[in-house]
Design a protein around this ligand. Structure first.
Ligand code: IPE
Ligand code: IPE
Ligand code: MG
Length: 239
């Protein structure tokens, strides 16, 4: 694919899935799939940037993922600590601005501190806007936004009839980030699993059987190629 010939989506959102199955296929513990999956995330940030994508948002841990066995959750959190630490260095060498969305109070203090450091250290970077969804659930995000708006109403700062779609968007964790143009989910599953329900209203979806640890630049290009064949109508008609 000649990169210049294609319309590059401004914002790509990814549901990275299939780490466990990748490991199982190799008779390895599930955690090895997460280790490899984290490496794929690092590489795909560079690939997305080199293709001209401006925003990349990945689903790393959902509000539902706490229901996994304690040993797996513990292993993911350990991996996350290392990942966040390395990410500070990489963000600065790659000029990447990193942001974390999701509910933070359930994360441990040291992880929260690393997130703050990472966001602060990379806030002035002007390259790829990389967003990590951690303890993220779209319904939880919407619930938190509704609570904030309701208390602004109760305090008399706004009236219920003044609530706009824009105001709702601005109360979500993704405030300031344009809605995704393309959503990719790996591993053959075709569902949203509580990811960006509001933001994906008009996003094009691409599903692939490739397991996340095997996902690479070629696969990303295939998704972009497919996206280029789609006609986005936003409810209107194309003459
Ligand atoms: C995605 O891979 C990573 C997380 C949800 C943390 P999975 O761990 O869901 O892998 P499968 O779906 O079991 O193969
Ligand atoms: C979605 O994957 C969550 C993340 C990628 C972090 P899951 O593997 O948890 O989703 P389900 O359980 O198949 O819907
Ligand atoms: Mg899964």
């Amino acid at each position: 694919m000649a990169e210049k010939e294609y319309r590059i989506p401004q914002h790509v959102a990814i549901i990275l899935d299939g780490n466990g199955r990748w490991a199982k296929k190799r008779l390895m513990p599930r955690n090895m799939g997460h280790v490899q999956g984290a490496k794929t995330v690092e590489q795909i940030c560079e690939d997305a940037d080199s293709l001209g994508i401006k925003y990349l948002t990945v689903y790393a841990f959902s509000t539902e993922n706490w229901s996994r066995p304690e040993s797996e959750v513990g292993a993911i959190m350990k991996l996350l600590r290392n990942y966040l630490r390395d990410c500070i260095k990489r963000a600065n060498s790659n000029n990447m601005k990193v942001r974390v969305i999701g509910e933070r109070s359930r994360l441990s203090d040291d992880i929260r501190q690393k997130i703050d450091e990472l966001e602060k250290a990379s806030e002035n970077n002007t390259g790829l806007n990389f967003t990590i969804a951690l303890n993220y659930g779209s319904r939880d995000e919407i619930k938190r936004a509704v609570t904030e708006i309701a208390s602004e109403c109760a305090d008399g700062k706004i009236k219920p009839e003044d609530i706009t779609e824009q105001m709702i968007s601005e109360h979500l964790d993704t405030r300031g980030i344009p809605d995704p143009d393309l959503l990719i989910r790996t591993s053959g599953e075709e569902r949203l699993s509580n990811y960006l329900l509001w933001q994906l209203a008009y996003t094009e979806f691409y599903f692939t059987d490739v397991l996340w640890p095997d996902f690479n630049k070629e696969e990303l290009k295939k998704a972009i190629e497919k996206y280029n064949g789609r006609e986005r109508r936003y409810g209107g008609v194309i003459e």
